[in-house]
Design a protein. Structure first.
Length: 95
């Protein structure tokens, strides 16, 4: 099984990347799964505005959250925790 995680990019102009974290608990134990670069020069973003990542080892027992990181390495608060069957988080305010 695998999970595809899709989210809208942040509207902030100084976002460098997104860190996807995964856990088997909805409240603790989140570890970094992957860092996805926020490449606003990618022409594909204009056709499909969503970022996505496929977690090939993901199952329905996993919980996810997304953290944005800006150009100065400041991290946002985590997004709302979600599971594969739930809708991915909407964009959120960065710090």
């Amino acid at each position: 099984m695998s999970n595809t995680i899709r989210w809208l990019p942040s509207a902030e102009i100084d976002i460098a990347e997104y860190r996807i974290e995964r856990s088997t608990s909805s409240t603790t134990g989140f570890t970094s799964l992957v860092v996805v670069e926020h490449d606003i020069t990618d022409p594909l973003l204009f056709e499909d505005p969503y970022f996505f990542y496929v977690d090939a080892a993901g199952t329905n027992a996993h919980y996810y959250r997304i953290i944005t990181i800006d150009d100065a390495a400041n991290e946002s608060n985590p997004s709302a925790v979600f599971q594969p069957a739930a809708a991915p988080p909407t964009p959120f305010n960065e710090t």
